[in-house]
Structures are given as structure tokens and as C-alpha cells.
Design a protein around this ligand. Structure first.
Ligand SMILES: Cc1cc2nc3c(=O)[nH]c(=O)nc-3n(C[C@H](O)[C@H](O)[C@H](O)COP(=O)(O)OP(=O)(O)OC[C@H]3O[C@@H](n4cnc5c(N)ncnc54)[C@H](O)[C@@H]3O)c2cc1C
Length: 448
């Protein structure tokens, strides 16, 4: 984003998720008049904090990594130092099987460069020699950009083509794919997966894990809204947009409460709401046709409040489970707010668990925690489950062809959101990138 200017054009942003708020912050900083219209009573979209039984819980456990550069630089712009929001730790993947036996311990502790990473792999006792050499050769080709595919295929087919040992696929690649793309390795695009691995392991510290010290709403949506308002903009909740119209001069945006006029519009809703709003507009039929081919994957987050965690289980932030319904466990004793005994469990993607009644799934996962991890009679005091059926874009092998650009064929209208082309899978980073990109395009249009 260029130098601040004193433009007075009014830009309406529909949707106060991280994409819409990122656009709002960037535009407000450049001197635009911004109005953000949010349908829900609370801002933050899919990454917000809820109050359940009086306990502040995020609507989904979110993980951030060092490669989220656009997100980190936007935090800078808000005057929020990284260390106020995150605890940064070198990548450490600890995977256990259902009995709690370690099947992988992959750490890049003290391994900031490619050379150190190679040494960390070579010395890793949780990998066989064949697995170590296979992983080294994979990272070497990744670094040389030597993994370009002529035709996209699934992640699983790609790993087979690369002759990756099946145990390494199961305990290393499949869990990373599921976590980063919210899509199983059997269904995910190999091209998107390779891009994520390149960006995660490409530069030193990009693979660092950033654990939020605050709840999601306190990390970004709330400071972003304050910044927009401080710079003369407005963030309005319970303002569902039901349609818009463009004439020669400007846009009319219709809500239940009335009509808002704006010089430009950034549509920053999730995919389906965007489709509903653009379907009526003849100049956007091509975009609508593409959007209809995109789908979402679910993410389920379960929270268990234990009276305490046994001492042997306290020195960890994140653990992966293999061969269980549960995929990743997060220790929330210290972060975000310091709630001793609180554990969250993430299950990304489709599976039989999506059809199980709530208590059946909670019982199953609690049993898995007990066998693999807690090893005792520890019983939770309270538990919660949040199922987000449309959590992240389904990163299928052909999804990149259908992801829309941020500019549209209707002048003055831009699209922001984690489903747009951002060179990254559907994450907070892609949402932020899309919002900042839209702001750049708005800036270019009105100041050029
Ligand atoms: C459970 C879960 C776990 C996740 N884990 C991670 C993770 O670990 N790491 C990561 O990077 N990402 C993760 N994600 C993905 C991440 O949360 C999303 O990619 C991101 O929040 C998308 O932001 P967005 O602004 O594009 O869309 P949204 O958050 O969907 O925001 C769109 C907003 O538009 C509003 N809206 C819709 N229709 C209208 C209308 N007609 N008028 C006005 N407003 C409207 C909505 O209410 C919403 O607030 C996770 C998502 C979920 C659900």
C-alpha cells in the first residue's frame, strides 16, 4: 500500500470477517471513507470468539505460522507488536498413535536454515533411514522448485509418484495436508499442497508456529474495527446486505434498514453469500458460474475442561494423533487466556464423525484423549463442540481454476475472501491477502 492520501471516496465493505476488516484497515489508513456492513451481531466471521456457558472460546482452534507475512505486517500497521499477540515457537510435530506411543517427533528447534534442517532430519531417531533420505530428497527438490506438475493430481497420488514411504506419508505429510488445506491428502490438490510446503519450508522461520496469546476476536477483529473507526470509518453489525445496484455514478447497497450509497464496493462475505449477491448482476455471470464449482470442507473443534492436566502432559502446545478420529490437540492452559486444564481438539474435513450425534462424538474423542494422552481416570468437568460445516475451501485438484480474482468485470466492485485467488489455501493469511489486495486495487482505481 502506497503513501497515505486524502481521498474522500466512500467504499462500502460487505462482511466483517478478517478479509473485510483487512481491506477496511488498509483503506482507512489511506484516507478513504469506509463503511463495513456485517450481518452477524459480532465481527470476525469464521475466526471470532464466542461466549459459551460464560466461557470465552474461539469458534474454532486456529493455528498461525511464520509464513503468514501479510497478516503479521497488518498487525504492525495496527501498532500491535507480534509478541503481544503470539508466542512464536520453532516447528515441533509430535505425533502419537491411539495408545499414546510416539510415531513421529519432528522438530526444527534450533534449526533455522536449510542446512540445520537437513541435519535435524538426518539425526531424527523417529524416522527410519529410508524415511530420512526420502524426506531430505523431498525438501531438496522443494527448495529447487523442482516439483512442478504438468497436471494437477491428488496429494496421495503425488506422494506415491514421488515414492515417499507410506509410513512417512501417514505420519508426516497427511496430517500437515489435513491441517493446512483442511482437506484430506486423498482428496487435496497436490499443486496447492506443494505451494503450501514451499511457502512453509521455503524461508527460515516461515515454519515457526505462532500460538495466539489472546482470543481470536482480541487478536485482530477488535483492534481492526477500532482502527477503522479512529480513522473516520464505521463498522456496523446486524446490517445484512440483501442486494446492490450500480448506476452511472455510484452503488446503492440495500439492507433491511435502508440504502447506503458508495463509490466502490468490496464484497467480503464467504463464498455462498457472495454468490447470492452477484447472481442477479448480468456482468458477473461468468464469476458466478465459477463460484458454483467451489465447495467447502468442515472443521469440528471440541473443547474439554479438565480439573488439571497430569504433570507429564503439561509441557506441550500441540500434539497430533494418528489412527484416531481426533487429529490435533492443543493445550490451552497457558494460551490464549491461561485456562489451566483446557484442551481443544481439532478434526478437519469430512468423515463419519460429521453424522454422529454431539455426545457420541464428544464421548469418542474424550476416550481417545484418555487412552493416548491422559492415561488415567481424568474426566472432563465441561465440554463443548463447535461444528463449522463450511469452514475452509475444499482444496480439490481443480479448485485453483475456479477461484476468482479480486477484481471483477463490474467496475468499482471487488471480491475479498479466503476463496479468492491468493496463492495460498483458504486460511486467515489468504483472507488478509485478499483484503489488502482489494484495498490496493481500490487505491489504484481512485487515485490513478
Ligand atoms: C473451525 C475453523 C478452524 C480454522 N482453522 C484455521 C487455522 O488454524 N488457520 C487458518 O489460517 N485458518 C483457519 N480457518 C480458516 C479461517 O478462519 C478463514 O479462512 C477466514 O476466517 C475467512 O475469512 P473471510 O473474511 O474470508 O470470511 P468470513 O470469516 O466468512 O467472513 C465473512 C463475513 O461476511 C458476513 N456476511 C455474510 N453475508 C453477509 C451479508 N449479506 N451482509 C453482510 N455481511 C455478510 C459474515 O457474517 C462474516 O462475518 C479455520 C476456520 C474454521 C471455521
Amino acid at each position: 500500500m502506497g503513501r497515505a492520501v486524502t481521498l474522500k471516496q466512500h467504499v462500502a465493505i460487505i462482511g466483517a470477517g478478517w478479509a473485510g476488516l483487512a481491506a477496511g484497515v488498509s483503506l482507512a489508513q489511506s484516507g478513504f471513507r469506509v463503511t463495513v456492513l456485517e450481518a452477524a451481531p459480532k465481527i470476525g466471521g469464521r475466526a471470532r470468539t464466542l461466549s459459551l456457558d460464560g466461557v470465552e472460546l474461539d469458534n474454532g482452534q486456529h493455528l498461525f505460522i511464520g509464513a503468514y507475512r501479510e497478516l503479521l505486517s497488518l498487525f504492525n500497521l495496527l501498532g500491535v507488536p507480534e509478541q503481544d499477540v503470539f508466542v512464536r515457537k520453532p516447528l515441533h510435530l509430535r505425533m502419537l498413535n491411539r495408545e499414546g506411543h510416539p510415531v513421529l517427533d519432528f522438530k526444527l528447534l534450533g534449526a533455522p536454515s536449510s542446512f540445520h534442517r537437513a541435519m535435524a532430519i538426518l539425526k531424527n531417531p523417529s524416522l527410519s533411514w529410508q524415511e530420512r533420505f526420502s524426506l531430505l530428497s523431498f525438501f531438496h527438490r522443494l527448495k529447487k522448485n523442482d516439483l512442478l506438475l504438468k497436471r494437477d493430481l491428488t496429494g496421495e497420488a503425488f506422494l506415491k509418484q514421488m515414492a515417499i514411504p507410506s509410513r512417512l506419508s501417514e505420519v508426516f505429510f497427511a496430517p500437515i495436508c489435513q491441517a493446512a488445506l483442511s482437506t484430506s491428502i486423498q482428496m487435496a490438490s497436490a499443486q496447492v499442497f506443494i505451494r503450501v510446503l514451499t511457502q512453509t519450508f521455503g524461508r527460515d522461520h516461515d515454519s515457526d508456529l505462532l500460538f495466539p496469546k489472546k482470543t481470536l476476536s482480541a487478536c485482530f477483529p477488535n483492534p481492526a474495527a477500532r482502527f477503522i473507526e479512529k480513522n473516520g470509518g464505521r463498522v456496523l453489525v446486524r446490517e445484512r446486505v440483501v442486494g446492490f445496484h450500480k448506476n452511472e455514478q455510484n452503488f446503492s447497497i440495500f439492507t433491511a434498514g435502508g440504502v447506503l450509497k458508495a463509490d466502490g464496493v468490496i464484497l467480503a462475505t464467504h463464498l455462498k453469500a457472495c454468490l447470492a449477491l452477484i447472481e442477479q448482476e448480468a456482468r458477473l455471470t461468468k464469476t458466478a458460474r465459477l463460484l458454483k464449482r467451489l465447495g467447502y470442507q468442515p472443521i469440528t473443534t471440541l473443547y474439554f475442561q479438565y480439573p488439571f492436566l497430569p504433570p507429564q502432559t503439561t509441557h506441550w502446545e500441540m500434539i497430533g494423533l494418528v489412527g484416531t478420529t481426533s487429529q490435533w490437540l492443543f493445550n490451552r492452559s497457558e494460551f490464549p487466556q491461561g485456562t489451566p486444564g483446557l484442551v481443544s481438539v481439532v478434526i478437519s474435513g469430512e468423515g463419519p464423525h460429521m453424522t454422529w450425534p454431539k455426545n457420541v462424538l464428544l464421548d469418542r474423542v474424550e476416550q481417545e484423549l484418555k487412552s493416548a494422552f491422559l492415561h488415567g481416570n481424568t474426566k472432563s468437568l465441561k465440554r463443548w463442540m463447535i461444528r463449522e460445516k463450511e469452514a475452509a475451501l475444499y482444496a480439490s485438484p481443480d479448485c485453483a481454476e475456479c477461484q476468482p480474482k479480486n477484481s471483477t468485470s463490474l467496475p468499482g466492485l471487488w471480491l475479498a475472501g479466503d476463496y479468492t485467488v491468493a496463492g495460498y489455501p483458504s486460511t486467515l493469511e489468504s483472507a488478509i491477502r485478499s483484503g489488502v489486495e482489494c484495498a490496493d486495487l481500490v487505491h489504484g482505481t481512485f487515485s490513478g
